[in-house]
Design a binder for this molecule. Structure first.
Ligand SMILES: Nc1ncnc2c1ncn2[C@@H]1O[C@H](COP(=O)(O)OP(=O)(O)OP(=O)(O)O)[C@@H](O)[C@H]1O
Ligand SMILES: [Mg+2]
Length: 696
């Protein structure tokens, strides 16, 4: 039995020879271990690149990792008091290391446990000095360095190959709460790590359930462009919702991916239709407002009619706001004003047919008085003389009279183009044409292209299934399905298989999904009695294709890809407050939006070979740990460097093994086995073609 001092002495392996802020040079003792250290109690590999050593000081010990090991030949130390016999000393091989300091290990007395515990903190409190001793950490100290003992680190994700295979645990609040990026080359293990993080977190939560809960109240929404996650969670049918482009196989629990176009907000419509600012955009938004106000299912006819009348009043309001130039100025605007009045009176006549007797008369009277105003100023050939302000105001008052007479059950005034209110999208092209006719010339071209695009979209069976309104769907049902129901009773994981979503709409689908998730969580928190958020994780695979680094960061999104980047940037910036965490996975970090990367607080870096990408991730970490990243190009799959908010110091992790059937479906193609007939591949192209063309 050795005394504590003796035990400490056994762990000494060298002394500090020189020191600077980012590098410590160490002379290893002659008897320091050559490959395996037995003196820590368990056999540990030592010395080894990137493994940890301690340099004791008054505050505890500085933790450093090994960045270089080598042999230098130096003159044998001078022997004092001995006579020089004229012999020449041959240079003597001495083993040396350089270290990079990364943190401080302190000892704290834990009164309840009645023993000392080690704690790691970021930063170096006291730099060692020349001659200080270097120790190998004991297993207990290593556990403290990699954080295996922290009580809030509840999920085991793997082990540390550099620290005696100590468990590496993470705190889910830190990993998911502040966005995590999983980066690495193809085949480096990103998808497995993502699937593993979700699975291991859920398993850990399941075993720690409190208060009678049956299942974890967790929410993961996986946006899966390659359709690989369905397999990874196939064993969890009851807890996983799988969404696919229709037609779906409901027998195996697949659900239809639906994102009806009425859910899109004005911004999204603008980007999808490529509407230009100036005339096109306001017109489109106006049309959306009109339809969203006017067309609600199951609404009494008078309320419907009221909504139309309301939108006419808005048009008249706009006319008055533009001033006399709009109705008393040039011939062009005068004619538009007259035509608007004609449209209003005709529509009011038509709409009055839908109403009961009393309101019918009221609306017909309004139609008549509006027609009078127009007829008074009508000149020949469809032109109009100048209208007076009083005349236009009389139209406004007449319309307002009807609005006052009918109670608005649905607060028409508050409907914006962004409100997720069902409307008949097929009516949008017609309605656009109608208001374009009243609003001004020069829009016909845009309206017809936009109309064609919208009609085409709705008629295209592939797109229509996703963005069409049939069968009817309510927003709360949609949220229950996609974001998850109360207490996650319908499962913790929603997998959205985007692999068959037509490429024209995949960006819109992802953007709308992300926005609806974000906004629903925003509203959830606002309505929660104590203002608590609902923790949810949005997983974005292949993030580089959805949140690409962009050049045009000014102004509203011009196209769907930009739209997509914009919403994810917003989530990256603001999601945390509403409980929405992002988990991104990408092969090309250098192509990702810098805003999003900058907001990720935790990184799990797999093998990265490309030098641009390496340079980018090196910029994410402080200089003194950049050495650890030099390993990135040579990391085997399953190994990764974890760094950032979730861990005080960067750690090399050997991710836990995922069972074959729990891995995302992305195994490397087995060329040889297929070539040599070991693995069969029958071909039936007809079958493929039928599936492709949607033929029965
Ligand atoms: N934790 C793990 N457990 C078991 N196998 C793993 C693990 N991590 C990676 N692998 C192996 O590595 C292979 C590739 O992993 P994965 O599909 O996750 O790569 P990827 O980085 O997502 O690639 P891509 O960028 O092409 O999608 C897997 O098929 C699996 O065999
Ligand atoms: Mg992958």
């Amino acid at each position: 039995m050795s005394s504590p001092i003796e035990r400490l002495a056994e762990l000494v392996i060298g002394t500090v020879e020189s020191i600077s802020t980012d590098e410590i040079r160490v002379l290893l003792d002659l008897d320091a271990p050559q490959s395996t250290a037995l003196n820590t109690g368990t056999p540990t590999s030592f010395p080894r690149l990137n493994s940890y050593v301690l340099i004791p000081n008054e505050a505890g010990a500085t933790v450093a990792y090994v960045t270089w090991i080598g042999i230098e030949r130096s003159p044998y130390p001078k022997r004092s008091g001995l006579k020089d016999f004229g012999l020449i000393d041959l240079p003597f091989p001495l083993r040396k290391m350089t270290l990079s300091p990364i943190g401080t290990l302190t000892v704290r007395r834990d009164r309840r446990a009645g023993r000392s515990v080690y704690e790691l903190s970021r930063g170096v409190v006291a730099f060692p000095s020349v001659g200080d001793q270097i120790l190998i950490p004991t297993p207990e100290q290593i556990a403290a360095i990699v954080g295996a003992k922290d009580t809030d680190r509840r999920v085991r994700i793997g082990s540390s190959p550099l620290a005696a295979n100590t468990s590496i645990m993470v705190d889910p609040d830190k990993i998911f709460g502040r966005h995590v990026a999983v980066l690495g080359n193809t085949g480096s293990g990103k998808s497995c790590s993502v699937a593993g993080l979700i699975r291991w977190s859920l398993v850990a939560a399941q075993s720690a359930l409190k208060g009678g809960a049956q299942v974890p109240n967790a929410r993961f929404i996986i946006l899966d462009p390659n359709g690989e996650y369905a397999r990874a969670f196939a064993d969890q049918k009851d807890y996983v919702r799988l969404f696919r482009v229709p037609p779906v196989n409901a027998e195996v629990g697949e659900r239809a991916l639906r994102l009806p176009a009425w859910l899109w907000n004005g911004h999204e419509w603008t980007a999808v239709s490529y509407a230009k600012p100036g005339a096109q955009r306001p017109l489109l938004l106006q049309a959306l407002r009109d339809l969203k106000t006017g067309n609600l299912e199951g609404v009494p006819p008078e309320v419907l009619v009221r909504r139309y009348v309301y939108s006419y009043r808005l048009l008249i309001d706009a006319l008055l706001a533009r001033g006399p130039a709009a109705f008393a100025g040039d011939a062009g605007p005068r004619r538009q004003c007259g035509e608007l009045l004609d449209n209003i009176s005709n529509d009011c006549d038509r709409l009055s047919q839908r109403l009961g007797v009393e309101l019918q008369v009221a609306l017909a009277n309004i139609a008549a008085s509006v027609r009078d105003v127009a007829n008074n100023r009508r000149s020949n050939n469809g032109w109009f003389n100048a209208f007076s302000v009083e005349e236009i105001e009389s139209v406004q008052t007449a319309l307002q009279r009807f609005l006052d007479a009918v109670e608005d059950g649905l607060a028409a005034a508050q409907v914006t183009e962004d409100a997720p209110i069902p409307f008949d999208v097929d009516m949008l092209p017609d309605h656009l044409e109608r208001i374009a006719a009243t609003e001004g010339a020069g829009l016909a071209g845009f309206i017809s292209t936009l109309g064609m695009r919208i009609r085409g979209m709705m008629a295209d069976p592939r797109l229509g299934q996703v963005v069409g309104s049939e069968p009817a769907l309510s927003l709360d049902a949609w949220l229950n399905d996609l974001v998850g129901s109360n207490a996650s009773a319908n499962g913790q994981v929603a997998i959205i298989d985007l692999s068959l979503v037509p490429s024209e709409i995949v960006h819109v689908v992802v953007a709308v999904l992300a926005r609806l998730t974000f906004e629903s969580l925003q509203r959830y928190r606002r309505l929660h009695p104590e203002g608590r958020p609902l923790p949810t994780t949005l997983v974005l695979e292949e993030a580089h294709s959805f949140v690409r680094r962009g050049f045009n960061d000014e102004g509203p999104a011009e196209n769907p890809a930009q739209l997509c980047r914009e919403i994810f940037e917003k989530i990256a910036r603001e999601g945390r407050k509403f409980g929405l965490g992002l988990m991104l996975s990408s092969q090309r970090p250098s192509e990702l939006s810098p805003t999003i990367l900058a907001q990720c607080n935790t990184f799990l870096l797999h093998r990265i070979v490309n030098d641009l990408d390496q340079a980018l991730v090196a910029r994410l970490v402080p200089d003194n740990v950049a050495g650890l990243l030099k390993e990135l190009p040579s990391l085997p799959s399953r190994q990764a460097v974890l760094l950032g908010w979730a861990t005080p110091i960067p750690l090399l992790v050997e991710m836990d093994e995922l069972a074959e059937e729990h891995r995302p479906q992305s195994s490397d193609p087995d060329f040889w086995d297929v070539w040599t007939g070991k693995s069969a591949r029958e071909i039936d192209w007809l079958n493929v073609v039928q599936d492709w063309t949607g033929a029965p």
